[in-house]
Design a protein around this ligand. Structure first.
Ligand code: PLP
Length: 368
């Protein structure tokens, strides 16, 4: 079976982990934590990085750090992972959904503009599968309406929008370093920001809000969302090779594009002029002319030794939110269509050129 993804760990990661173990610094202090935070923030073009235990925690702390009054509305895409919505709900805010674009699968800014109301305080764009949301339009809307912008850049490490990197454009950027992400620490995440107050606030929230002036003395409720020095050791080794990994991702995408060029019933990922797509996953969407959906295609591909993953299911269709009376009767046509007709193909950094050819051949078979 050709896997969807596998992490590409190397001798350097092993050497750094060994150094961490030998030094005894295996919890959440040590040189790798501070070095990883510094390097990642610098890479994103911002001043501060706050490492946390996963990407979901990064989103939760980012929303919480805004200290919005209860009932404040945050606009986010219907096509995303549930972590985005749970982060909004856990901060006592109201999630307001907007549909995505049919070609980039990222938040549609015309939809966002329509959803902005009296109580809107923030927007959370999600850079889907390695392509970035339309940040110029969003930052313009944000400035005009005084909104904070929390970028979910979990899937877009190193992606660029007019020479600025994903996560470094909004008020805060959130990353996941889960095993299938471009830079991984196994489990891990980070918040990056240029705002020293938000950096301090998220730093405090991740570590139980210990007051700096007196140990075991608290005036706010925090969390333990710390990352370990062991994880950061793996992360630092990965950041040092990110450009090489991005070249690989883009090369794989070019090979897929070439191999699938004449398969007219498949919609391939796009790359807008202002954007550098890092193709975290090479995703495809079945045209309406195909008489079956992505779930059927996934079964057929699996029979031919090709593993895939389905697209997100719209947040407005989730039973957990329906039961709570959220998003009742709301429809998001693009999200509904691509969630049924999209899947992503093997895209791991260890994928061989011959395997890409094999995947393309299997797809042709299924769609012939
Ligand atoms: C992976 C991912 C997350 C969650 O990250 P975890 O580290 O798994 O908690 C959040 N948002 C997006 C878009 C993701 O792809």
């Amino acid at each position: 079976m050709i896997p969807v993804s596998e992490p590409l760990l190397d001798e350097r990661a092993l050497a750094y982990v060994e150094e961490a173990v030998r030094s005894g610094w295996i919890s959440s202090a040590g040189r790798f934590i501070s070095e990883f935070e510094r390097r990642w923030a610098e890479y994103c073009g911002v001043a501060h990085g706050v490492a946390v235990c996963n990407g979901t925690a990064a989103l939760e702390l980012a929303v919480e750090a805004l200290q919005l009054p209860p009932g404040s509305e945050i606009i986010l895409p219907s096509f995303t992972i549930i972590s985005c919505v749970t982060a909004v709900l856990r901060a006592g805010c109201r999630p307001v959904l907007a549909d995505c674009e049919a070609d980039t699968w990222c938040l549609d800014m015309a939809e966002v503009a329509r959803k902005i109301g009296e109580r809107t305080r923030a927007v959370m764009p999600v850079h889907i599968y390695g392509h970035m949301a339309e940040m110029d339009s969003l930052m313009d809307l944000a400035r005009r309406h005084g909104l904070a912008v929390i970028e979910d850049a979990a899937e877009a490490h190193g992606a660029e929008y007019r020479d600025r990197r994903a996560g470094g454009i909004g008020t805060m950027g959130c990353f996941s370093f889960y095993a299938n992400k471009i830079v991984t620490t196994g489990e891990g995440g980070m918040i990056v920001t240029d705002d020293p107050n938000l950096a301090e606030q998220t730093r405090s929230l991740r570590n139980l809000c210990f007051r700096p002036d007196r140990r075991f003395w608290h005036s706010e409720l925090g969390h333990n969302f710390r990352m370990t020095n062991l994880q950061a050791a793996i992360g630092l080794a990965q950041v040092e090779r990110i450009e090489e990994h991005l070249v690989r991702k883009r090369r794989m995408a070019a090979l897929y594009r070439e191999g699938l060029r004449d398969v007219a019933c498949l919609h391939l990922p796009v790359e807008r002029l202002k954007v550098k797509n890092v193709y975290w996953m090479f995703a495809v969407v079945l045209d309406e002319s195909v008489p079956f959906d992505a779930a059927v295609l996934a079964v057929r591909l699996r029979e031919q030794g090709v593993d895939t993953r389905p697209f997100f299911v719209g947040m407005h269709e989730q039973p957990v939110f329906r039961e709570r009376g959220l998003f009742t009767g709301e429809r998001y046509p693009v999200t509904e269509r691509i969630s049924r007709r999209g899947l992503y193909l093997p895209s791991g950094l260890g994928l061989q050129e011959s395997e890409i050819h094999a995947v393309c051949a299997a797809l042709r078979n299924c769609l012939a």
